[in-house]
Design a protein around this ligand. Structure first.
Ligand code: AG3
Length: 274
């Protein structure tokens, strides 16, 4: 077998390597380096600046958890915004909810969408839905234009560095709060609680803006080993109070109403981080 490895640096002292079969595509855009690779343990993967963003083998875990948790907390989500998420995986899961009338997706780098459409069609297919509206601009600026407009906002961004850094700040969460209707809620991916201090800062910042803020966890083997976190900020709806029957006709491979409840239970050491 070809001895060809890709290494992702998680911290200065922790790296993970994946054997690659091949690099299918590579491009430097004004924002980042985009690569599509194929790896025996991941399937096809999208890398941005050498960080694994999504993989055909495990993407269902992350995308189901970033989408169904907030959409089930809201009793009737109709208008949804995704900031980032150019691969289309979160959009695919959101569109499984029949109440959803439109999904706006704001991606700063148009090439991410085009490359995913070409190389990851099983993830990006939903982007062609007539309910989708795509905007190629900075999510930070986009959100400032809206008042009481969205039921749910999802932040499906890269880890906090470079252009994503500001998507983890109190100012941004305040703008999202304003763009949400009076009973709206948001979710953001908030990284590894074990290997990144951004988790704690993001949860605390969101907690200063939203009356109900809680992190929840999953395990995504393509990312940093161990837990991966998301954080929900809600204006009104209780995070645990969901109607499980709404999932009866929605096909998933990871998410269930039971997983929903369990995901909010934090191990003691993570609770103590907050
Ligand atoms: N969403 C966040 C991926 C974070 C990956 N981080 C890492 N490997 N250290 C990416 C987009 C998925 N739709």
């Amino acid at each position: 077998m070809l001895d060809f490895w890709f290494t992702e640096n998680h911290t200065d002292d922790y790296k993970v390597s994946w054997r690659l079969n091949k690099v299918l595509y590579r491009e430097q855009t004004p924002y980042q380096e985009i690569a599509i690779v194929e790896a025996p343990e991941l399937g096809r993967a999208l890398l941005l600046d050498n960080v694994v963003q999504t993989t055909t083998r495990f993407e269902f875990i992350y995308h189901e958890m970033i989408a169904h948790v907030p959409l089930m907390i809201h009793p009737q989500p109709e208008r949804v915004l995704i900031i980032g998420g150019g691969d289309g995986g979160a959009a695919r899961e959101i569109l499984k909810h029949p109440s959803v009338k439109s999904v706006d997706l704001v991606e700063i780098d148009q090439r991410v969408i085009e490359v995913c459409r070409q190389w990851l069609p099983e993830i990006s297919g939903a982007l062609s839905s007539s309910k989708m509206n795509l905007f190629y601009t900075d999510g930070l600026k986009y959100i400032q234009e809206y008042h009481s407009h969205y039921d749910v906002v999802l932040v499906d961004c890269t880890d906090p560095s470079g252009p994503s850094l500001d998507l983890f700040t109190r100012n941004f969460y305040q703008d999202v709060f304003k763009a949400l209707k009076e009973d709206g809620l948001m979710v953001s991916q908030t990284g590894s609680p074990t290997f990144s201090s951004h988790f704690r800062e993001a949860v605390r910042s969101m907690g200063k803006v939203f009356p109900l803020t809680r992190p929840y966890l999953t395990c995504e083997p393509s990312y940093i080993a161990g837990f991966w976190s998301f954080t929900v900020g809600s204006k009104k709806y209780d995070l645990a109070n969901i109607d499980p029957d709404r999932m009866l006709n929605i096909h998933t491979k990871y998410y269930t109403p039971e997983i929903h409840q369990a995901a909010f239970v934090l191990p003691k050491y993570i609770e103590h981080l907050l």
